[in-house]
Ligand binder design. Structure first.
Ligand code: 5CA
Ligand code: ZN
Length: 409
């Protein structure tokens, strides 16, 4: 699949900082030392509806990771998937009487437009589940040959007991895992499974549903977790720096993905840091396609909201926090954008070198975007109160805000 166009990232004077980030698996901060090419996999959308503010907040967090690394003069090898065949997509297409593939294509196109408008840097590889099937089948066959997978009425399941490290991403107990498995696409009640939370690797073809040739697995379609593992291993290999997504992916998705990869390769761990963004809510409940309490990025754009204001609204919240979208959040962001634009449009201002370091420091410290915004606010406050004589300063500020925060002033 093609991704979307990259906005230019201005180079900044001085030296970027290494990222220290919270790792869900160890429960603490890790300082990443990626080498010249940093590797990150971020779980992409299931394209059955438009991009909402919750999605945008999650992708904003990982866009910041990429920008911090670029500022250290590293290359970034960023991979993202599109779950373009899965139960929720097929159910929505069925409900609306539309072709599932056309729905996926249409919503993915809209996602690309939203990401472009928000100045999210694109992945280097943007890969759909369907196009990944030829790579998924041999992995499932290998898991079966290793004795880590078993068949149940034609479907193939992964046995979590085959991974000695199972549980080390989410650190949850069996009861909590079982509950979350039922909520998030698993089938813990199905009789005949070795462990209730064992996830499906390959689902045998069902009447009226799309299916593909699975070689020795028979016709069917891939499970959700093996999709991301196949794409990540194919394009990044084991031991990449960050696997990212929202906190609703900790279990089962990232736990199972890590397990599949560890059994397949005999290496541990798949990712050096498991990084999770908090959930955005609307009217007190997690924004979710299944509940329908959504604010769409495309709808805001259609209403004339400046994408830079949407981006500032996201940045005003720490990525790990759960937070609530309200009209006031957007109004505050619009006011801030107006003040910042006025401040950088003046011919001179207070010196800005220290501000660039403050933004760098804030982001390197577990992506503390609110602290970065507060630092820019302070410079803008000085500019408004008494101005300054540094003719380069407004340009430095607008380049730093663009390069590190993705906001074009
Ligand atoms: N296709 C899978 C990942 S492989 C999936 O979860 N798709 S999704 O469309 O449901 O979500 C896309 C991303 O947005 C995921 O990282 C998910 O964790 C995140 N996300 C979903 N809802 C919210 C929300 N309310 N707040 C923050 N992030 C969210
Ligand atoms: Zn995923």
């Amino acid at each position: 699949m093609h991704a979307w166009p990259a906005s230019e990232v201005p180079a900044l004077p001085g030296q970027g900082r290494d990222l220290r980030i919270h790792d869900t698996a160890t429960g603490g901060p890790v300082t990443l030392d990626p080498g010249p090419v940093a590797r990150i996999y971020v779980c992409g959308i299931t394209p059955y509806d438009a991009t909402h503010i919750g999605h945008a907040a999650t992708y904003n967090a990982f866009d910041l990771v990429q920008r911090v690394w670029l500022d250290t003069k590293r290359q970034v090898h960023y991979v993202q998937n599109v779950t373009d065949v899965d139960d929720p997509l097929l159910e929505r297409a069925d409900r609306d009487g539309v072709d599932w593939a056309a729905l996926a294509e249409q919503e993915t196109a809209l996602f690309r437009e939203d990401m472009t408008a928000l100045r999210m840097l694109p992945p280097r590889h943007y890969i759909g589940a369907v196009e990944a099937i030829p790579g998924i089948v041999p992995l499932v066959e290998r898991l079966r040959d290793l004795g880590a997978a078993y068949e149940l009425e034609g479907d193939i399941y992964f046995s979590v007991e085959s991974d000695p490290h199972f549980g080390q991403v989410s650190n949850l107990d069996a009861a909590a895992m079982r509950l979350l498995s039922a909520e998030r696409g698993g089938d813990p009640e199905r009789p005949g499974k070795k462990n209730p939370v064992d996830p499906m690797l390959w689902m045998a073809a069902r009447e009226g549903e799309p299916s593909w040739d699975g070689g020795s697995l028979g016709r069917g379609r891939p499970g959700w977790h093996i999709e991301c593992v196949a794409i990540a291993l194919d394009h990044l290999g084991m031991g990449f720096d960050v696997q990212g997504g929202g906190s609703d992916l900790v279990f089962p998705h990232h736990e199972m993905g890590a397990s599949h990869a560890q059994v397949l390769t005999g290496e541990f761990p798949m990712a050096k840091a498991y990084v999770h963004a908090g959930m955005v809510a609307l009217h007190g409940e997690k924004m979710s396609k299944s509940k329908g309490n959504l604010v769409f990025v495309s709808a805001l754009r259609r209403d004339g909201v400046d994408p830079a204001a949407i981006r500032l609204a996201l940045l005003a919240h720490h990525y790990r926090a759960d937070w609530e979208w309200t009209d006031q959040v957007l109004r505050d962001a619009e006011a801030r954008l107006g003040r910042w634009r006025a401040a950088v449009s003046r011919p001179d201002g207070p010196p800005a070198e220290a501000l660039v370091e403050e933004i760098r420091e804030a982001l390197a410290d577990d992506l503390d975007a609110p602290a970065a915004l507060a630092a820019v606010d302070r410079w803008v406050g000085l500019q408004e109160a008494s101005g300054g004589t540094d003719t380069g300063a407004p340009g430095v500020v607008s380049r730093a805000v663009d390069a590190l925060l993705g906001v074009a002033l």
